[in-house]
Design a protein around this ligand. Structure first.
Ligand SMILES: Nc1ncnc2c1ncn2[C@@H]1O[C@H](COP(=O)(O)OP(=O)(O)OP(=O)(O)O)[C@@H](O)[C@H]1O
Ligand SMILES: O=P(O)(O)OC[C@H]1O[C@H](OP(=O)(O)OP(=O)(O)O)[C@H](O)[C@@H]1O
Length: 336
């Protein structure tokens, strides 16, 4: 089938074709009941039950296509959005793909601080973010020459502010040299961690989650440039805003369902204030009068990650018949 001729009137939704975000995105699409059949090796898949076509693209390219308005929706990392400088709208954080973009140097080497990398070789897939960072490190170092020690304290290297990045003029191309700074920042597309051992770099800028890759390469972090996670993004003028809203709402429902469980318990009314402090719910807990005088039943959404502690505390307070129920899907307004 000539898929390209079937794209008219379909909302285009870009999903990472491989890498760390791919499987999680497929789970999310499944949870949101976006059904499709992807033919072998084809990077376009038509949805069976929605006027949507999925386009499978490298995570780094997704913000570009969405920013140009060619694609209506996309999932990628905040790091890729910032690096591409694409003009996209972030609809929501997706609660996966969480990691940090860090400056790393050989563990046994002499370098301990980012400013010691000034004028040296940095290898990264994030040339733009790395240059932004080293522009600041160099500026700070320049300012510090002649400034007093108190000033130095105030100018600690912080993480980059993703919103502020949009307003800073850039002097760097993805593969090219950077104007205006003496630190040499070079692009490589993957396996960045090998660059120091291969003698190509004095330091690298790469993503870190568990730290395993970094440690295996004999590297250590000396600064965090930004913290990032997967996000749902949309173009400023999507072809079908109503369908974008529907998809956004379905995906939000899946994320909430994955993140929370429903906790129910019975408790005597005098202990209710203490118990509802432990289970305030997303908006507020539901409280129902039981047939037994002086007793109520409470149900509230609780983050899965803290449910064991919450149950311990409820038991201590005097709650009985504590039950935890999985949420298979949800709809609610507001943030995840
Ligand atoms: N270790 C990690 N843990 C969590 N999220 C990550 C990790 N590495 C990358 N990511 C997120 O996934 C996005 C895509 O990175 P990834 O390295 O998977 O892409 P890729 O280069 O397209 O794939 P591959 O590495 O298979 O070539 C990153 O921009 C980041 O947002
Ligand atoms: O801290 P960790 O849990 O070890 O994860 C970090 C690694 O994950 C990513 O690479 P990935 O393995 O996706 O492959 P790549 O190097 O080819 O991009 C990233 O670029 C790091 O190398």
């Amino acid at each position: 089938m000539d898929l390209v001729n079937h794209l008219n009137n379909r909302l285009l939704f870009a999903v990472p074709k491989k890498g760390r975000l791919h499987e999680k995105c497929l789970d999310l699409l499944h949870g949101a009941d976006i059904q499709f059949h992807r033919h072998n090796r084809l990077d376009i898949a038509l949805c069976i039950n929605q006027p949507i076509a999925l386009v499978f693209l490298p995570a780094a390219d997704i913000p570009v296509f969405v920013g140009e308005g060619r694609v209506d929706l996309g999932i990628t990392g905040q790091d890729q959005v910032a690096e591409s400088q694409a003009d996209v709208k972030e609809l929501m954080e997706l609660d996966f793909g969480k990691c940090k973009l860090q400056v790393q140097v050989p563990e046994k080497g002499p370098i301990q601080e980012p400013r010691e990398l000034i004028g040296k070789n940095i290898v990264t897939s994030f040339t733009l973010l790395a240059s932004e960072y080293f522009v600041r490190v160099e500026e700070q170092e320049g300012d510090e020459i002649g400034s007093d020690a108190g000033e130095r304290e105030k100018k600690e290297n912080g993480e980059l502010n993703l919103n502020a990045l949009k307003t800073i003029p850039r002097a760097v191309s993805r593969t090219g040299e950077v104007d205006g700074i003496v630190t040499r920042i070079k692009y490589v597309g993957g396996s960045v961690e090998a660059a120091c051992a291969l003698g190509v770099a004095d330091g690298i800028v790469d993503l870190v989650e568990s730290g395993e890759t970094m440690r295996a390469a004999g590297l250590k972090p000396i600064a965090t440039i930004l913290t990032t996670g997967a996000v749902l993004i949309t173009s400023k003028h999507p072809s079908n805003p109503a369908l974008v809203k529907t998809i956004e709402s379905r995906i939000r429902g899946v994320i909430v369902a994955k993140k929370y469980v429903l906790c129910t318990y019975n408790i005597s009314r005098d202990k209710l204030p203490a118990a509802t402090k432990v289970t305030p719910g997303k908006r507020a807990p539901s409280i129902m009068q039981l047939e037994e005088a002086g007793w109520v039943s409470v149900s509230a959404m609780v983050e899965k990650s803290s449910i064991a502690t919450v149950m311990d505390r409820l038991e201590e307070i005097g709650a009985e018949d504590i039950l935890v129920l999985q949420i298979s899907n949800s709809r609610s307004s507001g943030s995840v």
